[in-house]
Design a protein around this ligand. Sequence first.
Ligand code: ZN
Ligand code: ZN
Length: 411
Amino acid sequence: MASRDFVYKKFSEFYSNPSTVTPQLSMIGQRELGFLLFKERVMVRHKSFESMSSLKRFLSETVPSDVYHSCAYYENPEAEMSKKGWLGADLVFDIDADHIPTPCDKVHDEWTCTNSKCGFSGKGITPEACPICGGQKFETKTWACELCLEAAREETAKLIDILEKDFGFSHQEMRVFFSGHRGYHVQIEKDAVKTLDAMARKEIVDYVSGIGLSILEDEAKGKTQKRRRSTPFHLHNFGWHKRLKLGLQSFIMRATKDDLKNVGIKGNYAAFLENREVLLKRCIEENRWDSVRGIGVGTWRKLAKYVQSLEAAKIDTVVTTDIHRLIRMSGTLHGKTGLLKVEFPAKSLEDFDPLREAVAFKEGTARVSVSEAPEFRLGDNTLGPYKNQVVELPTAAAVLLICKGRAEVAQ
Ligand SMILES: [Zn+2]
Ligand SMILES: [Zn+2]
């Protein structure tokens, strides 16, 4: 209780200080807003605000733990769903470490099935359904370590590259955010995307994910064995084909025997490993994919499938296709970390330091009793690891550990 009061007090100070609270949202009057209330832990939806100043007043009076807005624009944002009058929606992508396999997720992530008769638990990425009872609700214990954040950043870089080179959006047209927890959001607010329906957005999801590339299909059904063997493999020089080519090129240059085994290529290792130069020239450059003995179309297709999985941007597909989605508002605090959702220019992705830029509570310290925390960094402070000990921490670190359920305010 004391811990929750402490976090509430910090959030309250943040939302009452006009110099720290800077929520950002375009077209606020046409958006639905939602809030998770601190004390009651209930979600309040279908709210609408005329202006930023009225929203700020509400935030300082209500002190929500999380603030969301619709990607959509409505005639009547406060009406019930069917009567809102959907006018359009931003195109939104969510990249979250929750959906990216990392070597560390087995170390710091746990999930427990909340079905009271089941309670099965495991480590790593939370499954879609419980393997024992099939339930779909879980309690999760996660950690945003630097490896996870780095993995999310790499996926975001791939996404931005695809949106830029293949869709033609400029960096200025992409709004990029750190989510305040374990990932990034990319948002496009151009008129050209606003009225896309869910099906059109699904097409974009498939493209970004590299799903349904015909060059990777094993052949149309019904063809004879003979025809199948003669189906050509050909890559042109734009879009996904170009991505596959570049990916194959770098694979050829660095592949080891083990890499070839992992990709599922059997036997003809020497043909591959001893002919790298020839493969690069004849196959990649000249598109003569069948010109090296022992490496046929089947091998290229396997390699290309592998490269597709590397080059695809691992987004949370549901977020992009849901045209009524609520997403966290930039400039507000994340209830699971006490960190801010912050916007930064797409071109700065490489240099952006989320564990510095998202720190909201920059002053003071607090004494907390930590049950368990790995070593972590916030700004210039590297802290932990801690296990069952009382420590004095910078406020932001204390709030983070309490929000994560790993510490209590020390009595
Ligand atoms: Zn279960
Ligand atoms: Zn991690």
